[in-house]
Design a protein around this ligand. Structure first.
Ligand SMILES: N[C@@H](CCC(=O)N[C@@H](CS)C(=O)NCC(=O)O)C(=O)O
Length: 201
């Protein structure tokens, strides 16, 4: 059975939401990052970066929230959370899956730290460019891939929800507000939120 190493109120929420979307049995192992449990030798063997989330599945070890979402989508194909191998949509899907860690997260860090960077050297261009591309895409469709929800929405939905509603570093735009409302209304998102809040309390 898949085991999720997680902590409430952290990026582990993405993996929690993804597993709830997949609807498969899994076990949760709490890593209390506020008390330093992430640096125990046992957890370091799973993720030497000492960060949650991490996932094990038999001998498999997966870290990085986007990799975990991709892994779970492939592990539970019946949940249809990713276009299958060979599907023409696979390219766009992978692009959005990687967009979270490669573009959205660094753009947030840039905004947060007010870093001035050369747009050609920064892999994400600029914070404004990342937000404009997301805005244009989400204004045209309910989910990042179109009509169908996918693992990429777990990442991008979490990023936008954190950016707009939790950290408040992203100025709300109509497309973002509507997209976040669609994401947070999903039963799996609500179950994950209940689990997260129960542990945080
Ligand atoms: N790139 C990682 C980031 C994970 C991450 O930064 N996790 C934070 C919580 S949000 C953490 O475990 N921090 C504990 C620490 O670094 O000591 C991912 O997407 O999974």
């Amino acid at each position: 059975m898949m085991k999720l190493y997680w902590a409430p109120q952290s990026r582990a929420f993405r993996a929690l939401w993804m597993l709830e979307e997949a609807g498969c049995p899994y076990e949760r192992v709490l890593i209390d990052i506020r008390k330093g449990a992430q640096s125990s030798p046992g957890f370091r063997a799973i993720n030497p970066m000492m960060k949650v989330p991490a996932l094990t599945d038999g001998e498999a070890r997966v870290a990085e929230s986007a990799a975990i979402c991709a892994y779970v989508a492939e592990r539970v194909p019946e949940a249809k959370l990713a276009p299958p191998l060979g599907d023409a949509d696979r390219g766009r899907y992978l692009r959005w899956l990687f967009f979270s860690g490669s573009c959205i997260e660094p753009a947030y860090t840039q905004k947060f730290t007010k870093l001035e960077l050369n747009k050609s050297s920064a892999g994400w261009g600029s914070y404004e460019l990342v937000m404009d591309v997301l805005d244009k895409t989400l204004a045209e469709r309910p989910w990042i891939m179109g009509e169908r929800f996918s693992a990429a929405d777990v990442l991008i939905g979490s990023d936008l929800n954190y950016g707009v509603n939790i950290f408040k570093i992203v100025e709300p735009r109509p497309s973002f507000t509507a997209y976040i409302a669609r994401c947070t209304a999903r039963p799996a998102f609500r179950r994950a939120t209940e689990i997260d809040q129960a542990e945080a309390a």
